[in-house]
Design a protein around this ligand. Structure first.
Ligand code: CA
Ligand code: CA
Length: 246
């Protein structure tokens, strides 16, 4: 008796003879005989082998269907996961922008220096605040309004001297503009500029306000306090620190 192994299947032969009916049964039971050297006359065994293959072939379509179904479900899950990730990423970006805006406002709030002007015997109690953040004139005005104050107004010598005593290291916006009518300067509380002014004066050329258009074709419609505490008009879109009062 000899044992033959073919592709992992097992067929038992007796003394190199053709398989007996029991052997055929074994072959039928154990399957693949393609790799064995069978006598062509053993048609039954060939038929049995073919029958085995036919059975497997018949199973293939269902296997493919299952694989396709699994693949489809996997793709659907992957697509849903991508959608969820997209939504989460979008929400993350919005949160990040909101956080940046909050941090920006917080930075302005935290780094504010408060200057108490109560020592002045001539003026009612005023508090001046100096921003560390640079904003356009409009943004500065809106920020001050939002915080319950306004861009600083300078309505007399005492206001001017109080601010001059601070010794500013760079220009700051003040609440003065001629946005509505060129040359007609108004404070942010809608009062017209009157009385003594502190515009920078030049010995040659135009003094301030000169509505210079070299850097901004719209001219200069907003006023700032320069380091010598003199007033200059400047392009409202420029970013500067600002002073507000409460
Ligand atoms: Ca102007
Ligand atoms: Ca100017």
């Amino acid at each position: 008796m000899a044992d033959i192994y073919a592709n992992g299947d097992f067929v038992r032969l007796k003394d190199n003879k053709q398989p007996t009916s029991v052997d055929k049964a074994d072959q039928y039971a154990y399957g693949n005989s393609d790799d064995l050297d069978w006598d062509p006359k053993t048609k039954d065994i060939a038929d049995a082998s073919e029958h085995t293959f036919s059975s497997r072939k018949e199973k293939d379509p269902s296997c493919k269907a299952v694989l396709l179904a699994v693949l489809s479900v996997s793709l659907l899950v992957a697509l849903l996961a991508l959608c969820v990730l997209g939504i989460l990423y979008s929400q993350l970006l919005r949160s990040s922008d909101l956080l940046k805006e909050q941090n920006r406002n917080a930075a302005v709030d935290i780094e504010i220096q408060e200057q108490n002007a109560t020592d002045s015997p001539f003026e009612k109690r005023k508090y001046y605040y100096f921003s560390s953040e640079k904003l356009s004139w409009m943004e500065s005005r809106d920020y001050c309004t939002k915080t319950g104050g306004q861009l600083v107004t300078i309505t007399g010598k005492d206001d001017q001297y109080n601010l001059a005593s601070i010794k500013l290291k760079e220009p700051h916006w003040i609440g003065l503009h001629d946005l509505y009518t060129e040359g007609h300067w108004m404070w942010v509380d809608n009062t017209t500029l009157s009385g003594e002014t502190f515009w920078h004066k030049r010995t040659a050329g135009l003094s301030e306000p000169d509505n210079w258009t070299q850097e901004d074709s719209d001219g200069e419609d907003c006023a700032c306090l320069e380091t010598e505490s003199e007033w200059f008009d400047a392009s409202c879109s420029k970013l500067k620190k600002f002073i507000w009062e409460k």
